[in-house]
Design a protein around this ligand. Sequence first.
Ligand code: DQA
Length: 138
Amino acid sequence: MKLMIINGPNLNLLGKREPELYGSITFEDYFLQLQKKFEGVELEYFQSNIEGELIDKIQEVGFTYDGIVLNAAAYTHTSVGIGDAVKGIEIPVIEVHISNTFKREDFRHISYISSGAKGVILGFGLQSYDLAIQSFIS
Ligand code: DQA
């Protein structure tokens, strides 16, 4: 089982960025925990602040890996291009968010990803990623 976690803009600042919303550990540290927990899964991680690089990565893995866990961050609410990429590939995508976007500003209630995703997990903090991975293996 080969899964790719893709994180969008500003998620490179996890640990420093609005810790009351996004927690105080870096994604790199959390990723190590995930790799330990899901030893039998080949887990990879990619982060970019650039919309086109996220689309390129979705296309690159989207026909060969077993799944993508995607937190497109702010692009979730704006990017027709990332939404189309998710619809254009063959493997399932689970959309995740750390915060409960429905408890937040109205513009965060719209997602261009959800209609192409297999499912959506949000509001569980970093555990949202863990739950998404579990959904692929059970
Ligand atoms: C986020 C929610 C988005 O609205 C926000 O722009 C982010 C992070 C989350 O994981 O909670 O950058 O995707």
